[in-house]
Ligand binder design. Structure first.
Ligand code: TXA
Ligand code: MG
Length: 338
């Protein structure tokens, strides 16, 4: 169900939820101070209560009601990279409803870069918004994806296709006398390299980067972003022959007469693939000619510039195939894919 911007503002101020575009993916938004709407997000998405939400702001001053403290290094990065696809994990303000943070003492906050979202925040309040998809499914990059996902039940404000295409980078920083520790909970298109280069204008201290899901970020489970058909990843040195298809069908327990559709990303840049990945997965999820989806990458896939996409594709995938010395190797997800 599509609604105008002014109707979206009314709905939010009536303590209900609405889907809104950001530059990354569409979000399912609720006022941060409306318990009724926050609970509705979890119910609508079938999201477990242990997976905390990101709160979106339109002005830095709004941080005051969300967090106890912003370190100078964080404030610097916000000034450089906001609005944009970067989320900070900060100490939670005691007044913030623990439903948002799943009881954690930290809150995730970002300032999105989408005029429609910004105006809506200005007329409501900071908005908690996870991606507007059922838990575990592929995130939406168009209003139509959201409408399909929730069978027309959720009000959506259409702001066109998103431009970045995958979710924001989620980071947490601690600054000590000798070094800045930067933990990347979820990689995104604001990469390690962008963060490091930006920080060079702030400090001469050593910058230590770590990655990975910690207990502080329970949303990072192995199966996520999943299309409705099995996703199979192959490197472009792997011949796509009847034998490859048989290997895949054996693994997936499909008959050899099954069909597949190919997404060939082997000659594409990561920023371009980020923009099209979810929309390709949505389209092929409903394709009658695909029993599984074959996604082809090149050797650059293992480089750092592909890290965020590798993370999404790993979680969305069922298996991967590599080919060495004339032999096919099948792997669970992307394990041992090299
Ligand atoms: O680009 C995005 O970030 C999109 C748009 C709508 O802004 N939002 C999004 O939200 O991807 P969601 O809920 O699908 O993913 C939020 C991620 C989760 O994996 C969650 O675990 C992590 O952020 N997160 C949220 N609060 C956190 C916290 N307090 N500490 C650590 N991680 C947190
Ligand atoms: Mg999500």
């Amino acid at each position: 169900m599509f609604v105008s911007q002014s109707r979206a503002i009314e709905i939010l101020n009536q303590n209900k939820i609405v889907a809104l575009p950001t530059e990354t993916v569409y979000g399912l938004a609720a006022r941060y101070d409306s318990e009724e709407a926050l609970l509705q997000i979890f119910k609508t998405k079938k999201r477990p209560s242990f997976d905390p939400l990101i709160v979106h702001i339109s002005r830095k001053e709004q941080l005051e009601v969300l967090t106890r403290k912003v370190q100078p290094v964080e404030s610097f990065l916000m000034d450089q990279l906001w609005p944009g696809p970067l989320t900070f994990v900060l100490p939670k303000h005691p007044s913030v409803n623990p439903i948002i943070t799943s009881g954690l003492d930290f809150i995730a906050v970002r300032m999105p870069q989408h005029p429609l979202f910004t105006v809506v925040i200005d007329h409501t309040a900071p908005l908690a918004a996870p991606s507007a998809n059922l838990f575990g499914h592929t995130s939406p990059t168009t209003a139509q994806h959201v409408d399909m996902e929730f069978s027309g039940e959720v009000p959506i404000c259409d702001g066109g296709a998103t431009t970045v295409g995958i979710e924001s980078s989620v980071i947490q920083i601690s600054e000590a006398d000798t070094a800045i520790q930067l933990h990347i909970h979820r990689p995104g298109m604001i990469t390690e390299e962008v963060l490091k280069t930006t920080l060079l204008n702030y400090t001469s201290k050593e910058i230590k980067i770590t990655y990975g899901a910690t207990k502080a970020s329970p949303g990072h489970i192995a199966d996520h972003y999943q299309p409705r058909k099995p996703l199979v990843v192959v490197q472009n040195n792997c011949p796509i022959t009847a034998e490859t298809h048989h290997q895949i069908c054996n693994f997936l327990k499909l008959s050899f007469s099954s069909s597949f559709e190919t997404l060939n990303y082997s000659d594409k840049e990561p920023t371009h693939v980020a923009r099209i990945l979810y929309s390709d997965l949505h389209r092929l999820s409903y394709s009658p000619t695909a029993d599984y989806i074959l996604l082809v990458v090149n050797t650059d896939f293992l480089n750092d510039s592909w890290r965020a996409l590798r993370d999404r594709i790993e979680k969305a995938s069922t298996l991967s195939i590599t080919f060495k010395d004339g032999t096919f190797f099948t792997h669970n997800k992307l394990k041992n894919f090299q």
